[in-house]
Design a protein around this ligand. Structure first.
Ligand SMILES: [Zn+2]
Length: 251
């Protein structure tokens, strides 16, 4: 299905070569690929880190994260699912009021790489409408669920004035690996980013697309360690909006 959707984008016949299809699959799924459109990943600022959280707001873990960020005076970025924002509007407003970046992560979290153009439009526009209604603020950033996208996603993002954002460091906190496992993954990713001379754009989850209130206590615990580590290392924690001028500038 995914490749058919992609073929539709490129008006390609079913006879497209296997190598061509592999290139398209990479562009659709690899977080750092820039082939389908310009994507904000991480600029050449190895002393900076963006803490980014997907799939909230979550009535249990999001407030705990906000308390941690307030304690460390750090700004983070929250890519929210529209249907949860509807359920927790006051929490979404609290995230914004405390100075964090609130961003679009679609209405219901489908894999966009194999959705129709119509569904992509509904998912992206629906989430923007809910966020702007609840927050009374313009939304400027979008992260596709699972990082999966097709050219139609970029077209829609352009029309909505949204910058597509991916990541280069993963906690893999959807796996049952405990806070220590998450922390280890992020530290490995931070080391790799630093060796490339780029910032760390860290993907974690304050919620889950499966249900509101999903248990993210391991992610919260890992975040507490990461904040202490970041501070000890003299790294600067920023919202992704701090990198607005550096789009496409990555290694
Ligand atoms: Zn997600």
């Amino acid at each position: 299905m995914m490749l058919l959707s992609l073929a539709e984008d490129f008006a390609m016949a079913a006879t497209a070569s296997a190598a061509g299809m592999a290139v398209l699959a990479d562009a659709a799924l690899r977080p750092q690929s820039q082939l389908f459109g310009s994507t904000l990943v991480a600029p050449n600022r190895p002393d900076e880190i963006a803490f980014t959280y997907d799939d909230g707001p979550n009535d249990v873990s999001t407030p705990r994260l906000l308390d941690l960020f307030a304690e460390y005076d750090v700004r983070a970025t929250f890519f929210m699912i529209g249907r949860y924002v509807r359920q927790q509007p006051a929490l979404a407003r609290r995230v914004l009021a405390e100075g964090h970046v609130v961003a679009n992560h679609t209405m219901t979290h489908p894999w966009l790489a194999w959705q129709s153009g119509k569904r992509i439009r509904e998912e992206m526009r629906g989430c923007n409408a809910v966020l702007e209604d609840v927050l009374g603020a313009r939304i400027e950033y979008f992260r596709p669920p699972h990082g999966a996208r097709r050219p139609a996603v970029f077209r829609e993002a352009r029309e909505l004035g949204l910058q597509v954002v991916q990541w280069n460091v993963m906690g893999m906190d959807w796996r049952p690996i405990g806070a220590g496992g998450i922390l280890g993954n992020v530290r490995d990713g931070m080391k790799a980013a630093s060796e490339k001379g780029v910032a760390a754009n860290v993907l974690l989850h304050d919620g889950s697309d499966i249900s509101m209130g999903a248990d993210r206590s391991d992610t919260v615990a890992a975040t507490a360690h990461l904040l202490a580590l970041t501070k000890a290392n003299g790294m600067k924690a920023v919202g992704v909006d701090a990198w607005k001028q550096e789009i496409g500038n990555r290694k």
